[in-house]
Design a protein around this ligand. Sequence first.
Ligand SMILES: Nc1nc2c(ncn2[C@@H]2O[C@H](COP(=O)(O)OP(=O)(O)OP(=O)(O)O)[C@@H](O)[C@H]2O)c(=O)[nH]1
Ligand SMILES: [Mg+2]
Length: 752
Amino acid sequence: MKYSIAVEYKGPPPAYHLPHAAPVDGIPVSAEVSHVPSFDTPSLSVISQPMSELKSLSSSSAIAFDRSNCSGRTTVSPTSVIAFDNEAGESNGVSESSCELSSKHSRESSNSMLRNSKESLDFNDSDYASSRVSFSKNNNEPIATFNMDADDCEPVEPVKKESIRKGKKGSCYRCLKGNRLTEKEACLVCDAKYCGNCVLRGMGSMPEGRKCVGCIGYPINESKRGSLGKCSRMLKRLLNRLEVRQVMKAESLCEVNQLPPNCVCVNGNPLSFEELVTLQNCSNPPKKLKPGNYWYDKVSGFWGKEGQKPCSIISPHLNVGGPIKPDASNGNTQVFINGREITKVELRMLQLAGVQCAGNPHFWVNEDGSYQEEGQKNTRGYIWGKAGTKLVCVFLSLPVPSKYSTSCGFLSSNVVTRTVPDYVEHGIVHKFLLVGYSGSGTSTIFKQAKILYKNTPFSEDERGNIKLTIQINVYAYLGILLEGRERFEEESLGNLKKSQSLLYTTGSSPKLGSKTIYSIGTRLKAFSDWLLKTMVSGKLDAIFPAATCEYAPLIEELWNDSAIKATYERRNEIEMLPSVASYFLERAVQILKTDYEPSDLDILYAEGVTSSNGLASVEFSFPQSAPEETGDTADLHDSLARYELITIHARGLGENCKWLEMFEDVGLVIFCVSLSDYNQFSTDGNGCLTNKMILSRKLFETIVTHPTFEQMDFLLILNKLDEFEEKIEHVPLTQCDWFSDFHPGKTCMCPR
Ligand SMILES: Nc1nc2c(ncn2[C@@H]2O[C@H](COP(=O)(O)OP(=O)(O)OP(=O)(O)O)[C@@H](O)[C@H]2O)c(=O)[nH]1
Ligand SMILES: [Mg+2]
């Protein structure tokens, strides 16, 4: 394809970067079962998601049980070895090329160029030596042309305006005061950050939303598209409601902030303006469309990022982009759907949906999910026909058709809707029970469900209490750290004494010292003694929040003290310090301030946020427009169905789980196991030290064999995959008796 751009020189040149490639965001996750010995559950599926992403439940894998096919349920022994293939995809956002160009174009022309590649634009051509763009000058009118090879399509990224930082890192761009902890508002174009005192001066009346006055008229930085129209707390404080509404509306709707069409490449072709309009205005458009390369199966409506599994099902038969390529999603299964080789996870889904995939078939799949083999006339079945397929898709992070998929689509087809499982039908509240052994991560999953699916996940009051819990936790972590410091100091002093007595015997004159790198001054020592005493007496929460104000200044001094730094370096040797402590300790000074407000991520990581017996429930529907960064899949859930997620701590179930009867009306039990527990120990009901993985299995067996749950579906989530991945490198699985006969031979356990 060949494009021409007329170039016209005007005005002084602002500096721009021309990004040459737009990596699609999201993390490609594929899962592969490399070795499944003696797992007596016939239907097995695996999902894997990183904890760092709010959209994921947690770093976890899941095994879905299809109870109907499962014989010998009571002797479930998941000794399967699962290898995960978490190929890290390209990082989120937009990667920039080294090619920087000086542009002299006026703002207007820059904007219109982004919407239509034929419009005029001006370049300083000398900067293009190494780029893919070539120039020629004709009658003093420079013409830039560039070739777009359809096989090697790179969407044209919008030019970016970069901010110039004057002050030190983290300071406000205007007054140059503050540090990285100071609350700031960022410009959507150049990312200049302003403190609360400067934001209104720096951004003026914000006719295009949060942009510096000098950036008005410029397109936004695409990595910030997700935050368009989402007001920050700072702005809410500075402006009144009406002003906030106006600014946010302008930010979302003004022309210059809209997505430029040629930044979106579909099946190898950059879109034209008309194509983008078609795509965005169809009955079921891709959600949160960003610049990047996508593939689109026009027959079935499957849509995905180039080289990745499908992420949504959009309206079929749209006249956008080129024809789909066989390697569009980088599949390697030799099974094809509408000309595209599908990925392993899709193959897994097809198998679970009962589709015969032996013999490397080429399927023809229609928008209603009906499928036939290429060259044959008869419909072989419906992908969505089997009960549970949609749920499997949800857990494999594969898209399911939404009710908007097609007017004649599967949801309006009686044949198919009859087979949709109960828990996705409208009207009823579908209850899920979430349980697991202590520390398996159930609270985290529960909080994530709230954050993802509730409009107001936590009330003001709840946030206030959570803030207090986090602050108390931080003092507790500090206490544990200070305890570690004392131990390290004693050890060091002991070693010092030993070496000094050695010097004595060898005749050197020793100089007795009582200080080590772990020693602290008297002021901090007094605080340390007080904190440790308070912790021992169990009164830590009784003296807060008063202590927060009183002792906060000391924390900064403490945190900067070299002895504490040396102790923190050795935090891995302090068994009592949970791994999550680092997340909070590194921001201890900020967190212990009175004006600290916990972010959703803080709440997610915080310990002790759910009630002590762990009984809690949350009712939700999947939002039509999912919260930020949840990806496209979540958007496709049925937004009318209502769900209730109930969680209870294992100890809240009583002896032999007698209280399980209370949950007889749940439709699915989600059981959570921490994969990294295989070398951890805890005391069982008789006070015997037992491997935690085995304790987890016992609990699972008790629940799965409980008479109340005879007909219940179970979903097993293998959680803390990230910790497991790290641990398995140096701690053998055989440390757990359950896996003592595990000898992987040449099979690689490691996912990468
Ligand atoms: N690394 C890692 N940590 C996790 C993951 N999920 C949860 N955690 C952490 O594990 C700890 C225990 O998680 P919780 O969600 O409180 O687990 P729980 O089952 O409710 O535990 P209890 O309330 O102690 O019974 C917390 O510190 C979490 O932050 C995960 O996927 N990866
Ligand atoms: Mg918990």
